[in-house]
Design a binder for this molecule. Structure first.
Ligand code: HSE
Length: 393
């Protein structure tokens, strides 16, 4: 982009939109100004002058003086419509909409190639952690083996309150909502969908493989009960919701599942809305990235960094796609898990390849054993609220 000052057209003025506004105002060195903000409800009271706002998307999409479209809305289809129109209109786009991006990854890649315009979305995965740019630039080789960690701030906030402060799930969830961390529909956070969207995006940048969100298994923290918490504590562990992507033997697998995390694990001390990502690569072993994974200004600062990167013509090159040795996606991998249930009829233990521990009491039972991810993915019994599963590393 050759201009000295770039004009922004923003869609959405919720938690992230307002966060961006604040970050932009407090960052003197960035030559970008907001020209228009498109919102849905013109009658809402907003903290800035009403002349900024419009309800007509074409006032941004068809304005030739707007250089960058910043898409920060909640509705997935509308977001895809805005982003694809803007790219076709030759505008650079920055987005934070993980679900929209994960569900339309291949189409969005093609739109960038066809229209030769940049589309940046660092804020979509782990908010303030610059993970996408690191995967793109630093790991532009085939040495990377795994990307895994905590990529949802709300569930980490809830788990922190439960394990560190003995608070209830419901109170902690309410707080995560009040603080603006949770999705409008918090089921997306607590059942692991939000983490999955981020994992699908990271998988593409880490390994060059397009995977659809529905191919990846996600199970959240919605079945966690006092027995599981006690089980974790007795073993000196905490519970974290983990998104994992790992390459093995020319294949790559991914999932979102709660894990029992031991004290020596770097993820143990990632608290509240913070996210933590562990990368594993040949020769370097583990590398650890940590930072706020939710919240207005934390996410807004990642959006600002993308806007700033456009000023020096940065774009994702998707080098792993071009290298043409992408691993194939698979769910065929064996995991060691703790499975809690109350009656044998609730579960199908025959699906376990082996069982190393079994406990039975009048109220709760559990087994520890090995089961294939493919079997977990199709297990109807996991929808029973009386059943929970945790990965044991
Ligand atoms: N609901 C998301 C989270 C927001 O809690 O991580 C950031 O993507």
């Amino acid at each position: 982009m050759e201009k000295k000052i770039i004009n922004l057209g923003i869609f959405g003025f919720g938690v992230v939109g307002q966060g961006l506004y604040e970050v932009l105002n407090r960052t003197k060195g960035i030559n970008a100004r907001i020209k228009k903000i498109c919102i849905k409800d013109p009658n809402k009271t907003r903290p800035i002058d009403s002349s900024f706002f419009t309800t007509d998307k074409d006032e941004i999409l068809n304005d030739p003086s707007i250089d960058v479209v910043v898409e920060l809305i909640n509705e997935t289809d509308a977001a895809f419509d805005i982003v694809s129109t803007a790219l076709r209109n030759g505008k650079a786009v920055v987005s934070a909409s993980k679900r929209m991006i994960a569900e339309n990854m291949e189409a969005l890649y093609k739109l960038q190639v066809e229209n030769k315009v940049p589309f940046l979305y660092e804020a979509s995965s782990c908010a303030s952690i610059p993970i996408i740019r690191n995967l793109e630039e630093y790991y532009d080789n085939d040495l990377l083996n795994a990307v895994e960690g905590i990529c949802n701030g709300s569930t980490n906030y809830i788990l922190t309150k439960i394990f560190e402060e003995h608070r209830s799930f419901e109170t902690a969830l309410q707080e995560a909502q009040d603080l603006g961390f949770a999705e409008t529909n918090p089921t997306l956070d607590i059942e692991g969908y939000d983490s999955k969207f981020k994992i699908v995006i990271l998988l593409l940048h880490a390994f060059g493989t397009f995977v659809k969100p529905e191919e990846v298994f996600n199970f959240g923290i919605h079945h966690l009960n006092d027995f599981d918490i006690q089980f974790a504590r007795q073993r000196g562990c905490t519970v974290k919701l983990i998104g994992a992507v790992r390459r093995e033997n020319g294949h790559v697998f991914a999932y979102v599942l709660p894990h029992l995390i031991k004290e020596h694990n770097l993820l143990f001390d990632v608290y509240n809305e913070y996210n933590g990502i562990l990368l594993e690569s040949a020769f370097t072993d583990k590398q650890f990235f940590v930072g706020k994974g939710a919240g207005g200004t934390a996410t807004g600062s990642a959006v600002l960094s993308d806007i700033s990167a456009l000023l020096y013509n940065y774009r994702y090159e998707y080098k792993k796609i071009k290298q043409n040795n992408q691993p194939h996606f698979t769910n065929n991998v064996v995991l060691n898990v703790y499975l809690r249930y109350s009656s044998p009829a609730q579960v199908n233990l025959e699906q376990f390849e082996s069982i190393s521990e079994k406990y039975e009491s009048p109220t709760f039972r559990y087994v520890v054993g090995k089961i294939n991810l493919k079997d977990l993915q199709t297990a109807k019994w996991l929808t029973d609220k009386g059943v929970n599963v945790l990965v044991i590393e």
